[in-house]
Design a protein around this ligand. Structure first.
Ligand SMILES: Cc1ncc(COP(=O)(O)O)c(C=O)c1O
Length: 397
């Protein structure tokens, strides 16, 4: 049989993270590689109770097909939460429930991207977005990010091309770097996008997980008519439900609903009902506070272990929330080489490579602290520090 696969799928790289995670299935390896929430914090009993209650009270309803837009009560809940927590006005009709925010990215690709259309994307950027948009044979314009946010000069240059349809960003506790955009940077970006035929895609799965510092306004507030905002229950309840959402204006919603119908008719209705029942019966703020406290402690453990054990030439971000921290090694040291040696010492991370659209053999890497307890963090960082010291020592003349 010849090549029967579409160009679309043949050109998309496999998810490097999924492949790398296989190595870390070995229990003796301390893994900072995953992007997983801490399983000890899943509200298991509460979700079990919500499910039992639903079967007892509405067993026949919850097993039926439902609407493409999503369960109305859940959409109303999300709208009310935006108002209560961030003072963002969103009508429930402008919320589309998606199969995780990852599906939101795919639907946006389907709805907006013709072959060769261009997307401006953070560098380093979320590799799930790189993969989702790559399916549509898009061209990427990398926009570097640093501790203050996205490089507005690079964004401006990218936007001067005529086909940049989307600027994709994660302004709160970015995956992979953990950085957040400051207010000034958000304002400048909003002003740049304002006059262009470009939509800003604000992916915000981590926004609720702030454990220090002050919250910043959403692009949905700074640039309401040109922002599509994505959210998710993956990091605040549990990822297995695959339930997220996006917020978009009427005209865009209409097209996205068509894309959604073509993809899967609707997001798992049973899961939507369980999540909603859980939210109704429990105090989600108290639950999120538990996650924030735990991740804040884990982040502190990682930062202080890095201070103690990493060579001083290594630089790192100090996230105010979320699940990741980003490391830059002294020039010349390849993160991929460090990875190979680190695995032998039973510690894993994700080398920076897959987070770039056009660079290889980079000297950056991502560390996840949410799914590893504090003591294990200290042990793993010490192991990694030993590897780095050895390699730097060897590299020195
Ligand atoms: C920035 C970003 N967007 C989207 C996702 C996908 O989340 P979901 O589980 O809602 O599909 C992730 C998951 O790690 C992420 O880090």
């Amino acid at each position: 049989m010849g090549n029967i696969f579409s160009d679309r799928i043949s050109d998309v790289p496999r998810s490097f993270i999924r492949d790398i995670l296989k190595v870390t299935l070995d229990d003796s390896i301390i893994s900072f590689a995953g992007g997983m929430p801490n399983r000890d914090l899943f509200p298991v009993e509460e979700l079990s109770a919500a499910t039992g209650r639903l079967f007892a009270e509405s067993g026949r309803d919850i097993l039926q097909y439902s609407s493409s837009e999503g369960y109305p009560a859940l959409r109303e809940w999300i709208a009310a939460r935006y108002k209560a927590t961030k003072n963002i006005d969103v009508h429930p009709d402008n919320i589309l429930i998606t199969s995780g925010s990852q599906q939101g990215l795919d639907l946006l690709g389907k709805t907006f991207l013709n072959e060769e259309d261009e997307v401006a994307i953070e560098e380093p950027g979320y590799l799930g977005a790189i993969q989702a948009f790559s399916v549509y044979k898009t061209r990427f314009h990398p926009v570097p990010v640093d501790m203050a946010g996205a490089d507005t000069g690079a964004l401006q240059r990218a936007l001067s091309g005529s086909r940049v349809k989307l600027f994709y960003c994660v302004p709160n506790f970015q995956n992979p770097s953990g950085i957040s955009y400051c207010l000034e940077n958000r304002r400048e970006i909003a002003a740049l996008i304002q006059g262009k035929d470009t939509l800003l895609i604000e992916d915000d799965p981590y926004g609720e997980l702030r454990f220090m510092g002050a919250g910043k306004p959403s692009f949905r507030q700074l640039l309401p008519h040109k922002t599509v905002l994505l959210g998710s229950f993956s990091k605040i309840v549990a990822p297995s439900f695959r339930i997220g959402w996006l917020v978009a204006g009427d005209e865009i919603m209409e097209k996205l609903v068509i894309a959604k119908q073509a993809s899967d008719l609707h997001t798992n209705y049973f899961g939507q009902r369980v999540i909603f029942q859980y939210l109704k019966d429990n105090d989600i703020d108290a639950h999120i506070e538990k996650i924030r406290t735990a991740y804040g402690r884990q982040r502190d453990a990682m930062v202080s272990a890095i201070e103690e054990h990493f060579p001083e030439e290594v630089t790192y971000t100090r996230p105010e929330g979320g699940m990741f921290l980003w490391i830059a090694l002294p020039g010349g040291l390849s993160a991929m080489e460090v990875f190979k040696r680190a695995i032998v010492r039973k510690v894993a991370f994700v080398p920076g490579d897959p987070f770039y659209v056009n660079r290889k053999d980079v000297n950056t890497l991502r560390l996840n602290y949410s799914s590893v307890d504090e003591e294990t963090i200290r042990t793993g960082i010490k192991r990694l520090g030993d590897v780095l010291k050895e390699m730097l020592h060897r590299a020195a003349p």
